[in-house]
Structure formats: structure tokens, C-alpha cells
Design a protein around this ligand. Sequence first.
Ligand SMILES: Cc1cc2nc3c(=O)[nH]c(=O)nc-3n(C[C@H](O)[C@H](O)[C@H](O)COP(=O)(O)OP(=O)(O)OC[C@H]3O[C@@H](n4cnc5c(N)ncnc54)[C@H](O)[C@@H]3O)c2cc1C
Length: 415
Amino acid sequence: MSGSILVVGGGFSGVTAAVEAAEMGYDVYIVEKESYLGGRVAQLNKYFPKLCPPTCGLEINFRRIKTNPKITFYTMAEVESVSGGPGNFSVQVKVNPRYTTPQCNNCVPGAEAVTTEVPNEFNFGMDMRKPLYMPNPMAFPNQCVLDASAVSSGDGQKIKAAMPPGHIDLDQKPEILNLNVGAIIMATGWNPYDATKIDNLCFGKYENIVTNMMVERMASPSGPTGGKIVRPSDKEEPKTVGFVQCAGSRDENHLRYCSYICCMATLKQTLYLREQSEDVEVYIFYIDIRSPGERYEKFYKKVKEDPKVHLIKGKVAEVRGGSSPGGVVLVAEDIIGGGKIEKEVDLAVLATGMQPTGATIQIPGIEYNSDGFVVPKEGIIPCGCAKRPIDVVSSAQSATAAALKAVQTLVRRAG
Ligand SMILES: Cc1cc2nc3c(=O)[nH]c(=O)nc-3n(C[C@H](O)[C@H](O)[C@H](O)COP(=O)(O)OP(=O)(O)OC[C@H]3O[C@@H](n4cnc5c(N)ncnc54)[C@H](O)[C@@H]3O)c2cc1C
């Protein structure tokens, strides 16, 4: 029997579950596939309920991890298999090399030594990065990463020579760890639904159609446009913006469920746009606005009162190029006003939903439902968006509950 807990996924949910379980006195391992902890929240500009930057919630948790010897975390790590049962799981984990050492936290000399650039995945490819990079400005751990492709291309040697001795280690190899744990908390979160799959919304066909997560990155001071929401075609601030709600969500052909956050994300992003420009007009095409709870409803009402914000009840059925350079026309049935509405905007934003990562990558030994959400079992406890699409506050609550359930498994099995 093992007295340890494994948390798979180091986003807000995973980090919360780990800290809660460790502070109850249990040994916890976090296995995170990216090179940093924080998950999708790290990519947001500001987040509800307080509309503070991601640092405000994440850094407190990072500090709790740093100071708690009961937590061991692995980044760039993936669970390869799970066997056994409650109280006694055997888990195989692969930790991929970072090719840097812990003191490597300033990439500049190495990055400047090579000309190679690759699309920056943290910013959804809206800018480029060098093969030696810091994953994001608040990265935890604060350690650079060197792409495996650079190691094999020869850029690795140039980067190593430009960096202080001991910062780059080109000989690192993947490591296999075998963990014995009593319970597993699945906090593997979500990915943005792939907008290219929604044919009628033409993402990728017209340059000035972006997704809501791209807007989060543009709005962020550390993002690809230094905090400005612009049209990709000419980098100008848009004067008219159209939001397409339920882009993929509540649709039998894509995500069958409501993604919970998209209405609130759009209202938040409307605020970003209105703070950016006094003149911008925002058009929100929706099926119905979902703003659960008193706080969110209040926020909705506030945004709705703005005369520059136009809410149109109607699902966008068609998108086509407009008459102005770079313009995009959104076509919908106006349920309240009546008739067909065709609105040309400078920038269209697809409010794409949250799809569980289990829809694309599944861990052998873990059960998923047909949408990709983790199915709970004794000793295997999903939380956050691995369980259902929810906001950060609800993710933290479900993570705390998952920590308690994991501890109960250990106590029950030990007894
Ligand atoms: C446009 C938009 C705006 C939003 N704005 C807000 C907001 O203002 N306020 C709010 O409350 N919520 C907001 N949300 C929702 C918020 O992002 C989620 O509630 C939150 O990310 C859930 O955290 P999580 O830890 O469950 O998942 P994630 O943030 O997705 O974290 C999951 C982690 O698990 C890792 N992982 C995945 N698979 C594996 C694997 N197999 N092995 C190891 N690691 C793995 C991932 O790399 C990631 O680090 C927004 C969502 C969208 C789409």
C-alpha cells in the first residue's frame, strides 16, 4: 500500500489539488506535460471573478509548492501507463529532456546565437520564438527550454557555446520513472476546440477571424502584440468586432455540451476592447447568454448597458469576405429583430469551447467517456476541466474535493 498521491496535470486544478493534499500531510507527485505549471490560466490576460492577471492566483500556489517538501513535480513529463488498483497503483512516467540546467534562466545569449525561429505555441503561433526560450514570463520553474530539434540540427552547439558554462546539457536523455501511489487525481484540463473543424465559420480562410484564446494572448501585455487587440491582416485596432458564440459548443457535430465559460469570456473580452478604444462597436451573436450566478449576471448586465455593445440573438450560420479590405461578414437569423442579418466587421472572434484533453490523448489504464472527460473510479478522481467544463473558481473547488477523496482512499486502504 502506498501513502502517496499522483496528480496528473499541473494547471490550476492540479496545482490546487497537490497543495491541498500535501498540506494535509501526504506526499504528492505532479506530472505535467508542458515545461511549466499553471496550465491554460497562464495564457489568460485577466481572469474572473476578480479580473486579475494570472500571476495573482498562480504565484501564491507556486510559493506553496516551493516551500512544501511533500510535493515533487515533474514538467515535460507524461504518464505512459497505469496499473494496479486503489491504494496500490503502479505508474510509469516518461520525463523528456529540457536540455538546460536549473540555473539557466536567461536565454538571451543563446537565442541571439542562432537565426532559427519557430511559431510560438504559447501565443497560438501569432509570433515566433527562438529554439532556446523561456516558456512564458511567469514560468514556473523559471528555467529555459531548448527544443529537441535544435539539439539534432547543430544549433544546439552554437547555443551551448554562447551560454554560460553548465547552462546547456545536450546529453540529457528521456528518463523513465516508476511511481507507486495510492490514489490518482486527474487534472488534465482542456484544449481549445479546433476551430478549423467548424467549416462554416471559415477559420483559417480569412485572416481577420481569430479565436477567443488568441484574443486573450493579444490582450496580454506579454502577448504577441504587447497588449493590443489588432486585426492580423494590418495590425490595426479594429473599429468593429463580431463575436460568434457557441463556436463548436452545443453542437452534435462538434462539442455536444455547453462549454460554460464562453459567454463570460466574450463579455470579458468586450470589456478589453472597450477599454482599448472609446469608439469600437462590438456585436455579439448568441444562442442564449449563460452567465451563471449573481456575480456573472451582474457583469453581463453591466456590459449590456454599454450603447456600443450590440447583442444579437441568432446563431451565425455563414461567414464570408466583406467589401472593405480585410472585412468579414457574419450572417445570422435575427431571432428577436426578425429577418436575416448580415454584419460586416473588421475582426471576427470565434468563441470556441473547451474540449477535455482526453478527447485527443488518453492515458492507458484511465477510463474516459465519449466526449473525453475522465470517468471517476475508486482511487482515480477527476477534477477541474478534466471532469467537466468549468471556470477557475469551480476548478479549485473540485480540486480541493478531489484531494479529500484521494486522502480518503489512502486512509481506507491503509486501514
Ligand atoms: C477564452 C477563455 C477565457 C477564459 N477566461 C476565464 C476567466 O476569466 N475566469 C475563469 O474562471 N475561467 C476562465 N476560463 C476557463 C479556465 O481557463 C479553466 O477554468 C481552467 O483553465 C481550468 O483549469 P484546469 O487546471 O482544470 O485545466 P488546464 O488549465 O487545462 O490545465 C491542465 C493541465 O494539465 C496538463 N496536461 C494535460 N494532459 C496531460 C497529460 N496527459 N499528462 C500530463 N499533463 C497533462 C496541461 O498541460 C495543463 O497544464 C477561460 C476559458 C476560455 C476558453
